[in-house]
Design a protein around this ligand. Structure first.
Ligand code: SF4
Length: 64
């Protein structure tokens, strides 16, 4: 999530409200610690595509 690009359209948290919510400023915030289980990948890809600002970019953390 690039907070500098997010302007709070809310498209992403309408698509996946169980994974992304708005903060007190109306900007997107990934729920919890920001890590999303891989079984939610398809939903996150839909959210990523929904963002008109390109503020959502999926990355893959390497396992420890
Ligand atoms: S759709 Fe993009 S710009 Fe809109 S709230 Fe989500 S991340 Fe921010």
């Amino acid at each position: 999530m690039d907070s500098d690009l997010c302007v709070g359209h809310g498209q992403c948290y309408l698509v996946v409200p169980d994974l992304i919510e708005d903060d007190e400023r109306g900007l997107a915030h990934v729920r919890g610690d920001g890590q999303v289980p891989v079984d939610h990948l398809e939903a996150l890809q839909r959210a990523e595509k929904s963002c008109p600002e390109g503020a959502l970019v999926l990355t893959e953390d390497a396992p420890d």
